[in-house]
Ligand binder design. Structure first.
Ligand SMILES: Nc1ncnc2c1ncn2[C@@H]1O[C@H](COP(=O)(O)OP(=O)(O)OP(=O)(O)O)[C@@H](O)[C@H]1O
Ligand SMILES: [Mg+2]
Length: 911
């Protein structure tokens, strides 16, 4: 049985008597009150004091009706008659003889109104109650907490999971109106005791359903300012003797001077915290961040460290020690965590004793060494001993060598070594790129949940509120139980919030959904921190972003037309979408855009491995080989066959010529395309490195370091965005070219943020290449239109296979616009004719709205979000043959380009 004590911990809610009291047992608080007989009282007040309790004992009428919501007949509710005369001495004398769990006669059901009573619309009341089924059993116990909602002449009883457990209509208004704290009554076949009144606000916010939730322990984040203790040695308890006190005075000094001008001092624990965690009565000592780190920390990082400190210390919410640091990419989440670990490992507020001993950092395989490097970068090799798990360094080694305090391991390795890891006592768990834990059913999540460590931090660069169920999984991971069970979360938050966003939602539903969303935000906002790129922009060089529309070649156009005329495409357009032939068609068109030889290879491959199942694919390729020259051979592809490749070559040449010391990151989503690009590098003598899904994890950091090194002779870094994009720092490159486009804007954004981040010295140039009039433009439009944003915008796992297309959409997708120099511009409703340099206002002044289930409360500016159409319109744009092209790079590639969009961020600091 659920205990009802929790609601009392909620600040500001109206639960006054939260404990279960067996039916018939008097409520201790009310025992103190003398309840005078009221002649007009109608409802049973058995549990309100001892006397009334005895009333019930003597009452032979135990309700046998079982009134579940569906049972019309049970709407009969009778309040206890003749209450008034029974507050007798006789009864109270009996009370002293009876143990609490003796026979309890339940009150009679309240009765439904027979006549046509006037409906008082205005009356809506909420009560916290405890309930049990009506029974004649001697020893009854309350079965649970519930919320009773009285509305006019009807009632609803909801359990704390938000489910209806009783409902009835047509009661006497006057009787319902009289329900008050302390009463016991029969309603809907259930006996209930009214524990307290719930304010409408507590109901609409959903707070009244939260049980087991720790109370916010923080008043405001301003507490997190640099406030020194007036007396760092003052303790809640006094040390035992004078001598001890003197020793303490010596021993309990802060590790770093809290009074130096730039010191960063952690907020002090309040009395409640001290009472909970300072059982040994140690003196309070300032926790001061190592000045060596403070020197480097940016202002937002200082705030972040304080936030993390408060969360994991349980200072933000009683009994909860988790946090989600969801700063946008490149804001230095790693450094913030390192600062926290280093601090907690050496210091603590109680007697200066370290709060943690061992930390576990779980991260994608490609970032394991990046973490080690960051530790070295900020703390050197001596301060802290780090152990990274790989093929040659097993967890056993960490266990044997006790001097290691931090274990860094990939998610994959964690699963393999789970048994050993479980045996180590970790005090802090950090999950980097932790949005992967949004699915609570996957092995990684269950494995991590099984670790007993309470202090848990999720790091993620992607917003977490886009999907309410994934949101729950992340929240429940860091602070288990804070939102109740999944089913109660659904009833109390998800359903009303989603319902309120439906176009058909009533005003009441909208209001409720809005309130629940606000409450959810408030509750979770205490331990989620997200800052956007803007906080760091001022430290970054300018960023020049270009969308380059490349003309397709004659061969590409011919093949494209043939593909669109194929039987497979025609089937798709007739809505015959079994076996998803549209995905094959889309794949073929995308390959063709990258280079016709990729399509050629696919056709040849299909010819070799033909089975009877791939009719669609064969029908798609029919007659295509005739378009290629007879002796066509993919390895000998020519660069002139692809519009984008021609642009790329010119771009590489001009960068090499004009910026000989700068380097290029060249990104594709496809390994086969990377093969072509690699071949191009070889042919033109460009030194390169490559990182894709096949690159062994152990080599990845080395490849990245080699490229970033100032001594590197590389010119190009070939990167597979899906394999290696997340979390990498590629600041050695200042030009980034996205050779192809992904359905998911997040993949592209991830890749783009690899170069424009802290530490970048050069202005950053980003080029997104699209083939004019083709499917690539359509995918781009989908990215920037609302439609593209729906659902989990930033979910890197979402691919085209997850996207549903209507036949209408497919028609649009499978159209080649041969005469337009930029279909995307045509769609913008821009007043310019595309014939001149059209410069709109800076896009930065536009607030970007994020499509998010939590609604407007969360729609903060999010600079790494994909653009919207209207923002793109504000970008400078011009056709390829525009005369006054001032950008030297664009000037050199214009021959093969039909249109440009350009936007410059941080122009003021342009060098
Ligand atoms: N205060 C700072 N001063 C200088 N460089 C910094 C600072 N903070 C972080 N950096 C550097 O910025 C780069 C990005 O930091 P980091 O990798 O921690 O970003 P992140 O927030 O984890 O981003 P992502 O979400 O992409 O993983 C790193 O090279 C890091 O060393
Ligand atoms: Mg990171």
């Amino acid at each position: 049985m659920r205990r009802s004590a929790a609601p009392s911990q909620l600040q500001g809610n109206s639960f006054k008597k939260p404990k279960f009291i067996p039916p018939g047992r008097s409520n201790p608080r009310l025992n103190e009150e003398i309840i005078k007989p009221k002649p007009d009282i109608k409802l049973f007040e058995g549990a309100a004091n001892k006397n009334t309790f005895l009333e019930s004992q003597n009452d032979p009428r135990i309700c046998s009706l079982n009134l579940l919501p569906t049972e019309e007949s049970t709407r009969e509710i009778n309040h206890r008659d003749n209450c008034s005369g029974k507050y007798s001495f006789e009864a109270s004398a009996l009370a002293t003889l009876d143990p609490p769990h003796t026979v309890h006669s339940a009150p009679k059901e309240l009765a439904v109104s027979k006549g046509q009573e006037e409906e008082p619309d205005s009356l809506v009341k909420y009560f916290s109650v405890v309930w049990c089924k009506a029974s004649k059993k001697k020893h009854k116990k309350w079965e649970g907490d519930a919320v009773l909602i009285i509305k006019g002449r009807s009632f609803t009883l909801k359990n704390l999971e938000g489910k209806d457990i009783g409902r009835g209509i047509g009661y006497k208004f006057k009787e319902l109106e009289k329900i008050e704290e302390g009463q016991t009554l029969m309603i809907g076949g259930k006996e209930i005791e009214v524990m307290g009144v719930i304010s409408p606000d507590d109901f609409s916010s959903g707070r009244c359903f939260q049980c087991g939730v720790g109370s916010p322990a923080i008043q405001s984040s301003s507490q997190a300012s640099r406030k020194c203790f007036s007396n760092p040695f003052k303790s809640v308890c006094k040390p035992s003797s004078k001598e001890d006190r003197e020793n303490d005075f010596q021993n309990y000094k802060p590790r770093h001077d809290p009074y130096t001008p730039n010191s960063l001092v952690m907020p002090r624990p309040d009395k409640n915290h001290q009472w909970m965690f300072n059982k040994n009565c140690f003196p309070l000592v300032e926790v001061v961040i190592d000045p060596h780190l403070v020197y480097h920390l940016r202002p937002h990082q200082k705030e972040g460290v304080i936030f993390l400190y408060e969360c994991v210390m349980g200072m933000r919410m009683n009994g909860k020690y988790g946090a989600i640091l969801a700063d946008e990419m490149g804001l230095g989440k790693t450094l913030q965590c390192i600062s926290l670990i280093w601090t907690l490992q050496c210091q603590g507020p109680y007697g200066g004793k370290p709060v943690i001993k061992k930390t576990l950092i779980v991260t994608p395989g490609s970032l394991v060494n990046n973490w080690r490097k960051e530790f070295q970068k900020w703390l050197g090799n001596e301060r802290i001993k780090i152990f990274t798990v790989d093929q040659d360094h097993k967890v056993e080694e960490f266990i044997k060598a006790t001097f290691y305090s931090v274990l860094i391991i990939s998610y994959e390795m964690l699963l393999r070594s789970l048994d050993q890891i479980k045996n180590i006592k970790f005090d802090l768990l950090i999950c980097d790129e932790g949005h992967r834990l949004k699915n609570s059913a996957i092995k990684t999540t269950t494995a991590l949940i099984s670790l007993s460590c309470e202090k848990r931090i999720i790091l993620t660069g992607t917003p977490v509120q886009n999907d309410l169920q994934e949101f729950f999984a992340l929240i429940d991971f860091v602070n288990p139980g804070i939102l109740g069970s999944l089913s109660s979360y659904r009833k109390i938050y998800e359903e009303p919030i989603i319902l309120s966003r439906e176009p058909s939602a009533s005003e009441e539903e909208k209001e409720l959904g809005e309130r629940r969303a606000t409450e959810l935000t408030c509750l979770t906002g205490l331990f989620i921190l997200r800052r956007t790129q803007e906080v760091i922009n001022k430290y970054l060089p300018p960023k020049i972003e270009n969308v380059v529309f490349c003309r397709p070649t004659a061969l590409q156009i011919e093949l494209y037309r043939k593909l669109l005329n194929s039987q497979a495409v025609r089937f798709c357009l007739q809505g015959l979408l079994e076996n998803s032939p549209h995905l094959i068609c889309i794949g073929a068109l995308k390959k063709l855009c990258n280079h016709p030889c990729l399509l050629f290879s696919s056709i040849k491959e299909r010819e070799c491995n033909s089975t009877c199942d791939d009719n669609e694919e064969r029908s798609l390729y029919e007659g295509l080989l005739n378009v290629f020259p007879a002796d066509y051979s993919p390895p000998q592809f020519t660069e002139k066959e692809s519009g984008k490749l021609q642009v790329l070559l010119k771009l590489l040449a001009v960068i090499h010529e004009l910026r000989p010391t700068e380097r290029v990151v060249l990104v594709s989503n496809y390994t086969q395309t990377l093969n072509i690009l690699q071949e191009v590098c070889k042919r033109h003598g460009y030194a390169y490195r490559r990182l894709d899904g096949q690159t062994p994890i152990s080599q990845r950091q080395q490849i990245v370091d080699g490229f970033n090194s100032k001594y590197s002779s590389d010119f190009i870094f070939l990167l597979s965005s899906k394999a290696g994009g997340v979390g990498l720092n590629l600041i050695g490159g200042s030009h980034l070219i996205l050779y192809d486009i992904d359905w998911n804007p997040a993949t592209d954004i991830q890749a783009m943020s690899r170069v424009w981040r802290d530490g970048q010295k050069h202005p950053v140039h980003i080029y997104r290449l699209l083939t004019t009039g083709t499917i690539e433009e359509k995918i781009y439009q989908r990215q920037i239109s609302k439609q593209g944003l729906s659902g989990a915008v930033v979910d890197l796992n979402k691919t085209s296979e997850h996207i549903q297309f209507s036949v209408e959409e497919l028609k649009n997708l499978f159209t080649l616009h041969e005469s337009s120099c930029c279909v995307t511009h045509d769609l913008l409703d821009c007043e310019c004719t595309g014939e001149k340099d059209h410069t709109g206002d800076s896009c930065e002044k536009f607030t970007l709205s994020r499509h998010c289930q939590l609604g407007p409360h969360h729609q903060k500016s999010d600079s790494l979000k994909p653009l919207s159409m209207s923002q793109l319109k504000q970008w400078k744009h011009f056709p390829g043959d525009y005369l006054n092209l001032t950008d030297p790079f664009l000037e050199r590639i214009r021959e093969n380009v039909s249109f440009f969009f350009q936007n410059i961020t941080n122009q003021a600091t342009a060098k």
